[in-house]
Design a protein around this ligand. Structure first.
Ligand SMILES: [Zn+2]
Ligand SMILES: [Zn+2]
Ligand SMILES: [Zn+2]
Length: 338
């Protein structure tokens, strides 16, 4: 007699909100032969080729399984999910390429580190040199003197002195790059991810992103120190969380408008181009200096109900003011002469 209440598998029990398709995907991948098939198809994959199909016999030889019946069984399981069957054989589907790419980008087994290395920018709070380091799969900008902007007590759980956390920078990003190039590459990726999050698109999975403004009610962060209540130097912060894959991050509230057209134009009028090459860490450092000194100290709550937050961007002789509502949409842009 079948039990109507059969015990759930560990995968089903653990999945929760991730749902049954996630359980199916993990089950499909839970076998060495199937992983070997994905790797062999990846090895044969050439992004410039017209057709990346691998014939059954070539694939069978590469995977090195003794019994062709077993091989066929596992290959059939993957077809229609991570692998596509074509007239000429088999090739990875986009989802199959993403699985292999995630492993290649992170590696997981080889610990990559970048020892603290000075970069061409100074701390906006205390003026001390700033160092770049890579630790525990995260890239950090860390002030060498003060407590920085985000600390161990924040949701980002960053080391003392952290000014910026690059959450998404993969270990692969360190390969064949100088520290200066890592700094620029990390910054380009950081801003690209932020641009997507601001517009509600998850940079990892394309899913819908939820945005929320956090106001620290008892904020107390003297210059160069972190607030004990929120663990950051920002009274106003915005957090983004993907409703599908839980990717996201927390930023000073001004980050929500860092690439608003009025801001980009304002910087451009002040002689700064926000595009820079991998070989240009000086301009990249200047961008961070501008963002930090231009925005960081000038966030004011002008109204609580409805919420209106004013963010100011300081130029040489003029200041740009943007008014944001509680959903961080820009409701007003003005300029004032200093
Ligand atoms: Zn500092
Ligand atoms: Zn606080
Ligand atoms: Zn996502």
């Amino acid at each position: 007699m079948e039990r109507s209440n059969s015990p759930r598998s560990p995968l089903e029990a653990a999945a929760g909100a991730a749902g049954s398709h996630t359980v199916d995907a993990f089950e499909l991948l839970g076998d060495e032969t199937r992983l070997a098939i994905l790797l062999a198809l990846w090895e044969a994959y050439d992004p410039r080729a017209e057709d990346n199909s691998v014939s059954f016999s070539t694939l069978y030889d590469r995977v090195n399984v003794r019994d062709s019946g077993t091989f066929t069984y596992h290959l059939d399981k993957l077809v229609g999910h991570f692998v596509e069957e074509t007239g000429d054989g088999y090739r990875l589907r986009n989802s199959g390429r993403k699985i292999v790419r995630a492993v290649i980008a992170g590696a997981g087994l080889e610990e990559r580190r970048l020892p603290p290395t000075e970069i061409p920018r100074s701390c906006h709070t205390c003026g001390a040199p700033v160092e770049l380091s890579y630790e525990d799969e995260r890239l950090y900008q860390i002030c060498t003197e003060c407590e920085g902007n985000i600390g161990p007590g924040s949701t980002e759980n960053a080391p003392v002195g952290t000014l910026v956390v690059y959450d998404d920078f993969n270990p692969a990003g360190l390969a064949n790059r100088s520290p200066g190039e890592v700094f620029v590459a990390g910054t380009i990726e950081y801003h690209r991810a932020l641009t997507l999050l601001i517009r509600g698109v998850c940079p990892e999975c394309s899913g819908a992103v939820e945005e929320s403004l956090h106001i620290c009610e008892s904020h107390d962060a003297p210059s160069g120190e972190l607030c004990p209540a929120c663990g950051t130097g920002n009274e106003f912060r915005v957090s983004y969380v993907c409703s599908v894959c839980k990717n996201g991050g927390s930023y000073p509230a001004w980050a929500a408008v860092y690439d608003h057209p009025a801001v980009v134009a304002f910087y451009y009028e002040h002689g700064f181009d926000m595009t820079f090459g991998l070989d240009d860490p000086e301009d990249c450092g200047r961008l961070w200096d501008l963002l930090a000194t231009g925005f960081e100290k000038e966030q004011t709550l002008v109204s609580e109900d409805p919420v209106r937050l004013r963010v100011s961007v300081l130029g040489d002789d003029r200041t740009l003011h943007l008014t944001l509502d509680g959903a961080l949409n820009v409701t007003d842009v003005t300029e004032s002469k200093d």
